[in-house]
Design a protein around this ligand. Structure first.
Ligand code: 5AD
Ligand code: SF4
Length: 471
């Protein structure tokens, strides 16, 4: 009987992509996917270390697996991803029933390690070198960008795919653990990315999201005499038949060049969507975060985007309660959120990460209650802006890539030929409407009737009228 695997994924899109590639590789090795831990022979947790809360949740989930291991001692439990690289032996100490720990730079070893554990070799640990544990080349080589042939069966929606443009990060923002756990910044050669996107298009994929921690610092120097940047890569991918939407995340404000903004403005398949985290509106805090720009420079960048890209949707991340953040610093962040008119923002309470500069140098001195208040206030300000911004779409017709049934529809028994469907506009707005489930994976026109801060509600418009703009 084939071995069954279950992968639980938390954290960012990088983890979502890694889990998809692992699923594709395990499928090729004859494993079968299952949708619950209790039915699996191999349970993998793909983990995140960005905030402490995410780690604590994984430790409790691992604790709950003890009884599965008691009932079925042959079950293999693996911890992969950022926590595996960061916590290593600590995971074995806190959860001795774990069999395998594999860091994000060593994922290609997973199938072989599973075989070794099956034959009684566990527990096994496979992680990359620490960033200071060797010369740049050996550290880089120990963080392999994981790649594997794409399989439409491993994606929730075959028409949508994430493609790695870069891995790792060299920015060393003082609060952030990512450069330690994901290793040095490495761009994949454009040729390989292009080959992967062609393979995806052949599998029926229509939307590609290029991924990198700072994707707009993409640099391919493998072609003699030429450095290819993100704008060049977008132009090449734009030529691929079948691909209808191209997006890229996450951007760093310092690398938002005019050339890149212009390419978004002029290439019709590229989404007018920019996720560019600001993190703070205070120059003092930005400096202590080592972000490398001022609030004024960030605002100028927003102006450059808006002047060039019609109806650009810009989103951001903010951290509140960074060490030393005064009420005045926080008010400058409020001012940036108000001026920025972001489509939405993700707001986080600072969480000290052992191993980062901020955790080493600065006391976590903003009381939790203050962080909580700033978080709630900022979120309320942003949500009011998101609602106003979404209202602009009421009465308009938008093109929606249908992702499938909405959460509400999944809870209801299916009756008749329509269900509540959910999809996204080209600028990442969520749209809910009723329609037949077979529309999943297609781009269709929807007329918007109503707006909430995070969702647009509409009706299917299968006959096209040209008088309204689409997003
Ligand atoms: N504490 C809180 N938020 C953090 N982020 C990264 N590190 C931390 C931390 N130590 C946030 C940043 C980043 C997003 C992915 O997570 O806003 O953009
Ligand atoms: Fe972390 Fe900064 Fe790199 Fe983003 S740019 S992954 S916040 S170090």
């Amino acid at each position: 009987m084939p071995k069954r695997f279950y992968i639980e994924t938390v954290g960012c899109q990088m983890n979502v992509l890694d889990s998809e590639l692992i699923a594709a590789e395990l499928l090729q090795h004859g494993y079968e996917p299952v949708d619950s831990r209790s039915r699996a022979d191999v349970i993998l947790f793909n983990t995140c270390s960005v905030r402490q809360h995410a780690e604590e949740k994984i430790y409790s989930a691992l604790g709950r697996l003890k009884h599965i291991k008691r009932q079925r001692p042959g079950t293999i439990i693996g911890v992969i991803g950022c926590m595996a690289q960061k916590d290593r032996q600590r995971i074995f100490r806190r959860a001795p029933h774990v069999d395998i720990i594999v860091g994000p730079g060593r994922l290609s070893r997973l199938p072989e390690l599973l075989l070794q554990v099956e034959s009684g070799a566990g527990p096994l640990l496979e992680v990359s070198l620490d960033r200071t544990a060797g010369d740049r080349e050996s550290v880089r080589a120990s963080f392999e960008p994981y790649q594997f042939d794409r399989s439409a069966d491993a994606r929730p929606l075959p028409q949508q795919a994430i493609v790695r443009a870069m891995s790792g990060c060299d920015k060393f923002c003082t609060y952030c653990i990512v450069p330690s756990v994901r290793g040095p910044e490495q761009s994949r050669p454009a040729e390989r990315i292009e080959a992967e996107v062609r393979q995806l298009a052949e599998q029926g994929c229509i939307e590609v999201t290029l991924l990198g921690q700072t994707v707009n610092s993409y640099r391919d120097t493998t072609v003699a005499g030429r450095t290819l940047r993100l704008a060049d890569l977008l132009k090449r991918l734009h030529e691929i038949d079948g691909i209808e939407r191209l997006r890229f995340v996450t951007n760093h404000p310092r690398h938002m060049t005019d050339e890149l903004i212009e390419s978004v403005g002029t290439l019709p398949k590229v989404s007018p969507y920019f996720h560019v985290p600001a993190q703070s509106g205070s120059n003092r805090v930005l400096k202590r975060m080592n972000r490398g720009y001022t609030a004024q420079q960030y605002r100028e960048m927003l102006d450059r985007i808006r002047a060039t890209v019609h109806d650009a949707a810009i989103t951001s991340d903010f951290i509140v309660g960074f060490p030393g953040e005064t009420e005045d610093d926080y008010q400058q962040t409020v001012a940036l959120v108000q001026a920025g008119r972001f489509k939405n923002s993700f707001i986080f309470k600072y969480s000290p990460r052992p191993g980062t500069k901020a955790a080493e140098l600065y006391e976590d001195d903003v009381p939790y209650a203050v962080k909580q208040r700033r978080n709630n206030e900022l979120l309320a300000i942003q949500n009011a802006i998101s609602l106003e911004d979404n209202h602009r779409w009421v009465g308009r017709r938008v093109e929606v890539l249908v992702e499938g049934s909405s959460k509400v529809a999944r809870k209801r028994p299916f009756s008749g030929d329509t269900v509540q469907l959910v999809g996204r506009t080209v600028c990442d707005r969520i749209v809910v409407f009723d329609g037949p489930p077979e529309l999943a994976g297609r781009i269709i026109p929807v007329k918007i009737d109503r707006a909430e801060a995070f969702t647009l509600f509409g009706r299917l418009r299968l006959c096209k009228t040209q008088e309204e703009h689409s997003c």
